[in-house]
Design a protein around this ligand. Structure first.
Ligand code: AHN
Ligand code: ZN
Length: 349
């Protein structure tokens, strides 16, 4: 009797054990499956999120408006530091930005050119939603070069340039962006900085005893930001963004300091149809305003700059020549760059 009971008891236990084991496997399987499911979710998100990053509410960049802003700057004549045209243009840019935001700071400073000339620096800074901690910095230089030292005709080497593309194009795009920022808010705060004295660098062939003769306004601001401890999540510099069929490559200094930002901007440009302008091609690093923002302020900043392998300089064909005038400006290129930057800043959360 006792033995029979023991046999029954163990049978019962075994049966139960079987069920317990069965249910354990079922439950474990379900849990594992759902974990697997959860593991797949980030992949889905990765696919979905970039789509969502492009909201339907990106304002429509108006290329006619940007073009008009370029024309207005060029109409002052070459915006060479120390000249009347330069001063008048500074007033124009300040007034224009003040019509879009009450937070405009005009930063005055002094700097020394390669030839020991003392130059006044006028950096113009417009802030949108200045109370916000998380910010994006957009910038371009507004001065134009005092000498066309790359002109094919040597007679022109001391002639100041209009800088329609080299200077005014980036500013024109940023003014059009500012016009939209007044009307619709971005999630992050935006600062637009128009740097002065970018293009007073030492002419080729001269050997001054100075280093860092380019981007003097940006060097000044980087050492003396308009707000103590100013910081931004990232920065985008626009330089020569107006010539027909421009190509923007992944420039070396940008790739060294801010490869993720290059990728972010290039990915968005491709997504909205501008693959012929934004090339996934790495080219050599250059000294431009972004170099000092990266080095001194540690803000990962990229340069969207026209690269042309067919010229000796690598820049656009009329770079630092008297032909860098309004006729080089193409509305489609302004639109490509403006639409891309607007999409970037209205997508950032
Ligand atoms: C140098 O030639 C070292 N940098 C060019 C930066 C520049 C001039 N961008 C526009 N004009
Ligand atoms: Zn230049």
């Amino acid at each position: 009797m006792k033995e029979q009971f023991l046999v029954w008891f163990f049978k019962f236990k075994l049966i139960n054990m079987k069920w317990i084991l069965f249910y354990t496997l079922v439950i474990t399987g379900a849990v594992l499956n759902s974990c697997g499911g959860r593991e797949q979710e980030p992949d889905k998100e990765k696919i979905v999120i970039p789509e969502q990053q492009i909201p339907v509410t990106v304002p429509n960049f108006n290329a006619d408006s940007a073009y008009f802003f370029v024309e207005q700057q060029v109409a002052f004549g070459p915006r060479v530091p120390g000249t009347e045209a330069h001063k008048k243009c500074a007033n124009f840019l300040t007034t224009k930005l003040k019509s879009y935001t009450s937070d405009v700071i005009v930063q005055h400073g002094k700097t020394y050119a390669f030839n020991n000339k003392v130059l006044d620096v006028i950096n113009i800074i417009a802030s949108f939603q200045p109370e916000k901690e998380n910010r994006i910095l957009l910038c371009a230089h507004w001065d134009s070069r005092p000498f066309a030292d790359h002109d094919p005709d040597e007679k022109n080497h001391n002639t100041p340039i209009d800088g329609a593309n080299d200077g005014a194009s980036g500013v024109g795009v940023l003014l059009e962006i500012a016009r939209h920022l007044q009307q619709s808010e971005t999630q992050l705060g935006i600062d637009i900085i128009l740097f002065d004295v970018e293009d007073y660098g030492e002419p080729q062939g001269l050997q001054s005893d100075r280093d860092n003769t380019w981007a003097l306004g940006s060097q000044y601001w980087s050492k003396n930001p308009h707000k103590d401890n100013y910081n931004a999540r990232f920065g985008i510099l626009l330089d020569m963004v107006g010539a027909k069929d421009a190509t923007f490559t992944m420039e070396g200094t940008s790739m060294y300091f801010a490869p993720d930002i290059v990728k972010k901007v290039w990915d968005i440009a491709h997504k909205i149809g501008y693959k012929d302008y934004f090339l996934f091609e790495k080219t050599g690093g250059i000294t431009d305003d972004h170099r000092y923002i990266n080095l001194i302020r540690n803000i990962p900043t990229i340069d969207v700059i026209h690269y042309d392998a067919s010229t000796s300089s690598g820049f656009f064909e009329h770079w630092h020549t008297i032909k860098d005038d309004i006729s080089t400006i193409d509305k489609t290129t302004l639109k490509v760059v403006g639409h891309t930057v607007l999409t970037v800043i209205y997508s950032e959360k």
